[in-house]
Ligand binder design. Structure first.
Ligand SMILES: Nc1nc2c(ncn2[C@@H]2O[C@H](COP(=O)(O)OP(=O)(O)OP(=O)(O)O)[C@@H](O)[C@H]2O)c(=O)[nH]1
Ligand SMILES: [Mg+2]
Length: 442
C-alpha cells in the first residue's frame, strides 16, 4: 500500500540528503520532485498545488526560529502537511453505535459486498478483544446483479454472523422486511449491502435514497475503488450531493493503486477515510490512521522522531559547523568538546543512539561508562589552552601534568582522551571514504 508514493518520496529525500547544504534553489527543485510524485500518483492538479503551497508557507513561517538544517526542515514540514492532508493527528479509529444500521454504498465492483463481510469480521474481532460478542446481521438489497444476495450469504457463513434473505425482490419492500427482522430479533448492528452501477446513475441514487429513508442508517459508508484514482473523487462528490455519506472505505489498496485517492480524499471531500481494503479476504481491512499512513508514505519513522528531538535542542549553526569540520578534516579538540556539549543537550547517549542505525546494540553499562567519560573529557579540554586544543601534539608531560591538576584527573585520563580523539578522527576518515557522513549528520 502506498508503495508508489513512498518510493517517490524516498527518492526525493535521498536526493535532498545528498545535496548537503541546501539553497533556495535546491528546495524549489525538491518541491518540484514532490509535485511530480503526487501528479504521477494521480492526485488532482489543484490539490497538488494546495499541498505545495502549504509546504511553502510552512517553510517561510519556520525559517526564523528553526534549529534544523534545511533538509531536515523540509522533511519535517512535508510530514506535517501530509498528516494534515490525510486527516490530521487527532483522527481516531471508527466505532459503530449500538444498535445501528450501516448502509454500504458504491459503484459496481467497487468492493461493497466484500467490505460488508470485512466490516462484520472487524467488529467481531474488536469486540472479542474486549471479551464481548456482537449480534451482527448481514443483508442485501442488491437485486440488480444476479447471485449478489447469495454471494453475501456465503461470506456471512465464513465470517460466522447471521444473514437474512428478504422474501421480496423489490428494493423498497425488501428494505422494510430486513429492517423489521433486524429490530424484532434485537440485533446490534445491521450491515446492509446495496446494488451498484457502472457509473453514477440517477436510478441508483434514487433507490439508495429510498432505502436510506426506510432503514435510517446511523452510518453511511461509501466504498471506493482506489484503482480508479482521481475518478473516485468525482464519484464521492456525486454520492455526497445526493444520498450523502459519513465516511469512506478505500478498497484494493493492495493492488497497484498509486495512493492518489487516499492522499486527496480528505481535502476534497472534508470527510474521513475510515478503512482501507488490503486484500480479498475477510480479514483484509485496516483502520485508516493518518499518522500511520503519513509515516508509511515518508517511510522514516525513527528519523522523524530524531528530527523532532533535534529541533528542540540543537542550534543549527553549531551542528552545521561541526559537521563541516568533520567533513573537511579540520576537527580539533575544541570541536570535540563542542560535540560533547551537543550530545549533552540532546539528552543521554542511550536516547540518541536508539535512533541511529547500527548503534542501538550498546549495553546500558557501556552507555553509562560513555557518559562518565564524556564529562571527564570535557573537564580535561576545559583546562587546556586554545593552542593546546588546536595542536594537541604539543602536549608534553609537563603540560599534561598541569592540565590533569586543573581538571582533577590523572595523566592517564588525558592520554585516554587523546587516544579517543585520534580514533574519532580515524572513524571520520573512514566514514568520509564511505561517503556516508553527510547523510548521517545532515
Ligand atoms: N485485491 C483486492 N480485491 C478486492 C478488495 N475488495 C474487493 N476486492 C475484489 O473486487 C471484486 C469486487 O468486489 P465486490 O465486493 O463483489 O464488489 P461490489 O461492489 O459488491 O460489486 P457489485 O455487487 O457487482 O456492485 C471481487 O473480486 C473482490 O474480491 C481489496 O481490498 N483488495
Ligand atoms: Mg456486491
Amino acid at each position: 500500500m502506498f508503495d508508489f508514493l513512498s518510493e517517490k518520496f524516498a527518492g526525493v529525500l535521498t536526493w535532498l540528503k545528498n545535496r548537503g547544504r541546501l539553497t533556495e534553489e535546491n528546495i524549489q527543485d525538491a518541491l518540484g520532485q514532490v509535485k511530480t510524485a503526487l501528479l504521477d500518483a494521480d492526485v488532482p492538479y489543484d490539490i497538488v498545488d494546495a499541498f505545495l503551497n502549504e509546504v511553502k508557507e510552512g517553510l517561510v513561517g519556520q525559517k526564523i526560529q528553526t534549529s534544523l538544517n534545511p533538509g531536515q526542515l523540509l522533511i519535517k514540514i512535508v510530514h506535517e502537511k501530509l498528516l494534515t492532508f490525510l486527516g490530521g493527528k487527532t483522527t481516531t479509529q471508527m466505532t459503530f453505535q449500538i444498535p445501528s444500521v450501516v448502509l454500504v454504498m458504491g459503484l459496481q465492483g467497487s468492493g461493497k459486498t466484500t467490505s460488508v463481510a470485512k466490516l462484520a469480521w472487524w467488529v467481531t474481532k474488536e469486540a472479542e478483544k474486549r471479551g464481548k460478542k456482537r449480534r451482527i446481521l448481514l443483508a442485501s438489497v442488491d437485486f440488480y446483479r444476479p447471485a449478489a444476495v447469495e454471494q453475501l450469504n456465503i461470506l456471512s457463513k465464513q465470517v460466522g454472523v447471521d444473514f437474512y434473505e428478504a422474501k421480496s425482490t423489490n428494493v423498497i419492500e425488501a428494505a422494510k422486511e430486513i429492517n423489521n427482522h433486524f429490530k424484532k430479533n434485537l440485533y446490534e448492528i445491521l450491515f446492509l449491502d446495496t446494488s451498484g452501477r457502472l457509473h453514477v446513475d440517477s436510478n441508483m441514487m434514487q433507490e439508495l435514497e429510498e432505502v436510506n429513508k426506510i432503514v435510517s442508517p446511523k452510518h453511511k459508508i461509501l466504498v471506493l475503488d482506489a484503482m480508479t484514482g482521481q475518478e473516485s473523487l468525482k464519484v464521492a462528490k456525486a454520492f455526497n450531493d445526493s444520498v450523502g455519506f459519513d465516511c469512506a472505505i478505500l478498497s484494493k489498496l493492495d493492488s497497484d493503486a498509486r495512493g492518489g485517492a487516499a492522499f486527496a480524499f480528505k481535502y476534497a471531500l472534508k470527510k474521513p477515510i475510515s478503512f482501507v481494503g488490503s486484500g480479498e479476504k475477510n480479514e483484509d481491512l485496516e483502520a485508516f490512521i493518518p499518522e500511520r499512513m503519513a509515516t508509511r508514505i515518508l517511510g522514516m519513522g525513527d528519523m522523524l522522531t530524531l528530527i523532532e528531538k533535534a529541533s528542540e535542542t540543537i542550534e543549527v549553526e553549531n551542528q552545521e559547523k561541526i559537521a563541516k569540520k568533520f567533513i573537511d578534516g579540520n576537527f580539533t579538540l575544541q570541536d570535540f568538546s563542542e560535540q560533547l556539549d551537543l550530545i549533552d543537550k540532546m539528552g543521554s547517549l542511550s536516547k540518541i543512539t536508539r535512533y541511529l542505525p547500527g548503534m542501538n546494540q550498546l549495553s546500558q553499562e557501556e552507555m553509562a561508562k560513555g557518559q562518565v567519560e564524556m564529562k571527564r573529557f570535557k573537564a580535561i579540554i576545559g583546562s587546556m589552552t586554545i593552542k593546546e586544543r588546536v595542536m594537541p601534539n604539543i602536549l608534553d608531560s609537563s603540560r599534561k601534568q598541569r592540565i590533569a591538576k586543573g581538571a582533577g584527573v590523572n595523566v592517564q585520563n588525558i592520554n585516554q582522551l587523546l587516544q579517543r580523539f585520534e580514533q574519532s578522527k580515524q572513524f571520520v576518515k573512514m566514514f568520509r571514504k564511505m561517503g556516508k557522513l553527510r547523510s548521517f549528520i545532515l
